[in-house]
Design a protein around this ligand. Structure first.
Ligand code: HAM
Length: 413
């Protein structure tokens, strides 16, 4: 038997209904906040991610689905299945001169991403992200708007108690002085760091702080290293930006904590970075990751444009909302007269009610069993009901049964 690839998943039945619900909530919240949808291709030129996501990241070094197409005689090109969507949205923003509209230019997306990672709970090779990207505003109002949009979306899913963690990486200037300090203090321990960190030490020492290797973590706990990590190294302007953002979040009653170890796994960030986490998710605790990337548009060939955004992992959202979102049908028609059952089901659907019936005229007890698993109400259409023109309606959560005389009354239940 041919099976789905490791780290991929079929989504159907109840799960598909919950996914649809997550999608609808994302769309409503994003559109209410004036983000418009952007759909970019699933594959892009490999160079976009090499340059955009950064060649010191795990994503570019180990996790990309990259292949060549065209062959030598047809201008062979290297393409990659998108591992994330910020680079693609930025490419599209530049290509279509989307900066011509007055800022902010605001986009949302929902779609699959691909990373060749070791699959485990909450980590897949094909996974979905729901995200937003906001261009053209350097003020911290944009950071606050993006974080607020993420929190609002989570609230619509009933997820009110997740932890928002925040940090500032500073601008390229302060980032650079921080990198030098980190390099200096880590130099004596370089030989004890993992191979990835040895590479990061050269290419992007800040990313060392993101390492999950237990040995490396022990090294970061050393007093002299901790002192450097925790020191406030950002310049006055960046520090003011961060302070203002925190003030906005306080005003909006958004609970957050500052985590100085939060550096994020992608190279394009500057100033604000944030993650939203849940303890219920085990080791893959982040449902949302984002931040500011003021240099990326220019780096990929556009005019200098500040930007900020986030992406949420939909599988992780699903794991958190699974129980809350179980959506039931409005009605299940229980009958041994398929023609009448089908007619009533159709009539209900035309009035925007979700309805289903039993296709096989099974015993009433079997039909009621199915109804109580899938619907809020069972409408019983037996011989008596059909010949005397009424409906017996059973509320499947209370067990209460009533007689209803006309169809319109069903619609008000
Ligand atoms: P990221 O942190 O790499 O950021 O991914 C964002 C979210 O996608 C994570 O918090 C997680 O919930 C989910 N995710 C990532 N990898 C996997 C995986 N292998 N399996 C399941 N879920 C996963 C970005 O992708 C940035 N583009 C976010 C951003 C947008 N920054 C600015 N704008």
């Amino acid at each position: 038997m041919i099976k789905a690839q490791r780290g991929t998943k079929d989504i159907f039945g109840e799960e598909a209904i919950i996914w649809q619900w997550i999608f609808e909530n994302a769309k409503n919240v994003f559109q209410n906040a004036n983000f418009t949808e952007i759909k970019t291709p699933i594959f892009e030129a490999t160079e976009l991610f090499n340059r955009g996501v950064g060649d010191s990241t795990d994503i570019v070094n180990k996790e990309m689905y990259t292949f060549s197409v065209g062959g030598v005689e047809k201008n062979e090109t290297s393409i990659t299945l998108r591992p994330e969507n910020t680079a693609g949205v930025v490419r599209s923003f530049i290509e279509h001169n989307l900066n011509r509209q007055s800022p902010p230019q605001k986009f949302w997306y929902f779609g699959p991403m691909f990373r060749y990672e070791r699959p485990q709970a909450g980590r897949q090779r094909q996974f979905y992200q729901a995200g937003v990207e906001l261009f053209g505003i350097k003020e911290p109002t944009a950071d606050a708007e993006v974080i607020l949009t993420a929190v609002n979306f989570l609230k619509t899913l009933g997820l009110n108690n997740l932890k928002v963690e925040l940090n500032t990486l500073g601008c390229p200037k302060c980032k650079n002085s921080y990198k030098q300090s980190i390099k200096k203090v880590l130099a004596p321990y370089l030989k004890d760091l993992c191979d990835d960190c040895k590479m990061r030490y050269e290419k992007n020492p800040l990313r060392i702080l993101d390492c999950k290797n237990e040995n490396c973590k022990i090294i970061f706990e050393k007093e002299e290293i901790k002192n450097v990590i925790l020191k406030d190294y950002v310049c006055e302007e960046c520090s003011e930006h961060f302070k203002e953002l925190k003030n906005y979040l306080d005003e909006l009653n958004i609970d957050y904590s500052v985590n100085k170890m939060l550096v994020r796994g992608l190279d394009y960030y500057n100033r604000t970075v944030f993650e939203i986490k849940s303890d219920a998710l085990g080791s893959q605790s982040a449902v949302c990751g984002g931040g500011r990337y003021d240099g990326l548009v220019e780096m990929l060939g556009g005019a200098p444009t500040p930007a900020v955004g986030f992406a949420m992992g939909v599988e992780r959202l699903y794991a958190l909302v699974q129980k809350k979102a179980t959506k039931k049908l409005d009605f299940f028609v229980v009958s041994d007269n398929s023609k009448e059952a089908l007619k009533l089901t159709q009539k209900l659907r035309l009035k925007e009610k979700s309805a289903e019936f039993d296709f096989q005229k099974r015993k009433f007890s079997k039909q009621l069993e199915k109804a109580s698993k899938t619907a809020k109400y069972a409408i019983i259409l037996g011989e008596d009901e059909l010949s005397n023109n009424f409906f017996s309606v059973k509320n499947l959560s209370t067990g209460e049964q009533n007689t209803i005389k006309n169809f319109d009354e069903l619609l008000n239940l």
